[in-house]
Design a protein around this ligand. Structure first.
Ligand code: KG4
Ligand code: ZN
Length: 378
């Protein structure tokens, strides 16, 4: 990504080259991401994906771009061999900085990315920017074709992915306060686990959504009612594990399911998840007088969630969704967040970079409160 300017002002960007490698087919038999397999696949694929990306950008020229400190890839020998080959085959491209995700996520996979970024940065003499995956989801939702929209604050972000469900309030760029999050399963996980109970392979979110749309179009009547967890509670927290339990109970009661029943289940699952997400977002938007609603993460690719959020909130605030391709994990969102911090001079000390599996975005309202009380006591 080539970019200039400041977010919310004169920011402009162009994607010079982009590559995406999905491991979904490899993990599908396990019904979820299998950590050691993810680590191995990252080791094998990072150099080919980087090569493809640089080639697309037209910045891959034969030559030699030096060596890296070999201790950086002590734990990734396959990657070390591939990177050594790569560096001795191609010249250093015109890159100013490298952005890398440090969390949240699976630590074995995060470490491979971090160590790879450190090795590349050491060979090319470039600074590193540490990126929070969830911030990538927020910022990419504001992207236009060559810039970002001028966000009117306060902005409320609903972040819904395979591992996270959060409501985050921003009073300005680079300011995040978590006002709600899931107490157990994430929204994407609720889609995936319900799908699995219906015999739909991982990740089941997109297929549930397709079946649910068919059920609506075909007017299939609903014989089951699933819970809307925490819908009527005041808090902005979520809980989706009870939904999965209810799906299991109903599936066991009715099995074997025919195709019509599967569609009915899919619709009820999607209705239940979307109703809770939309209702809490709308209530939070009102409470915090949000002028902008941002929806990000893999579940933001769900077209029913998108139409329901628009229907409920368009008259109240500006609603921003990423395009479905940019809703699910991608490198562009990390480049975006990376540039955002690089432009503010926030580079990372490579020796301090760590994989942070449980990294959160912003402090929660209770954490903020605890911090304040603590300071007052001093
Ligand atoms: O953000 P993401 O790509 O990866 C994580 O950071 O977790 O989100 C993946 C999640 C999966 O749970 C997947 O089922 C869900 O997003 N997802 C969807 C749809 N597309 C992806 N859920 C519902 N409807 C969709 N169309
Ligand atoms: Zn994600």
């Amino acid at each position: 990504m080539e970019a200039s300017g400041t977010f919310g002002a004169d920011f402009r960007y162009t994607i010079l080259g982009e590559a995406l490698l999905s491991q979904i087919a490899i993990h599908a038999p396990y019904g979820g991401v299998y950590p050691n397999l993810a680590k191995r696949e990252h080791e094998n694929n990072l150099v080919p994906v980087l090569t493809e990306c640089l080639a697309k950008a037209g910045t891959l020229t034969l030559g030699n771009s030096g060596t890296f400190d070999p201790t950086l890839l002590d734990r990734e020998p396959t990657l070390a061999a591939l990177l050594t080959d790569f560096l001795s085959s191609y010249a250093k491209p015109a890159i100013d900085s490298i952005a890398v995700t440090t969390g949240p996520g699976l630590e074995p996979a995060l470490w491979v990315g971090i160590n790879f970024a450190k090795a590349l940065a050491s060979a090319w003499g470039l600074p590193l920017v540490a990126v929070n995956h969830m911030e990538g989801h927020v910022l990419i939702a504001a992207a236009t074709e060559d810039s970002v929209v001028a966000i009117e604050f306060p902005a409320l972000s609903l972040l819904v992915s395979g591992g996270h469900t959060e409501l985050v309030l921003s009073r300005e760029w680079d300011d995040y306060t978590r006002i709600g999050s899931t107490r157990d399963d994430a929204a994407g996980e609720a889609f995936d686990k319900s799908a699995r109970l219906l015999g739909i392979p991982y990740p089941g979110g997109p297929e549930i959504s397709k079946l649910a749309a068919e059920a609506r179009a075909e007017n299939i009547s609903r014989d089951i009612i699933l819970p809307r967890p925490m819908l009527h509670e005041k808090s902005f927290d979520f809980s989706f594990s009870g939904l999965k339990t209810a799906v299991r109970r109903e599936v066991e009661r009715l099995q074997p399911l025919n195709d019509i029943q599967k569609k009915m289940f899919a619709r009820e699952v999607e209705d239940a998840i979307v109703e809770v997400l939309v209702d809490k977002t709308a209530r939070a938007a009102e409470k915090f007088a949000a002028h902008t609603i941002i929806v990000g993460g893999g579940v933001a690719a769900n077209s029913y969630l998108k139409s329901e959020i628009h229907a409920r909130l368009d008259s109240y605030a500006t609603v921003l969704f990423p395009t479905p391709i940019l809703a699910t994990d991608n490198a562009r969102m990390i480049a975006f967040a990376g540039y955002f911090h690089a432009q503010r001079g926030k580079f990372a000390d490579p020796s301090l970079l760590r994989a942070q599996g449980g990294l959160r975005i912003g402090a929660s309202t209770t954490e903020l409160h605890e911090k304040t009380t603590h300071t007052l006591k001093l």
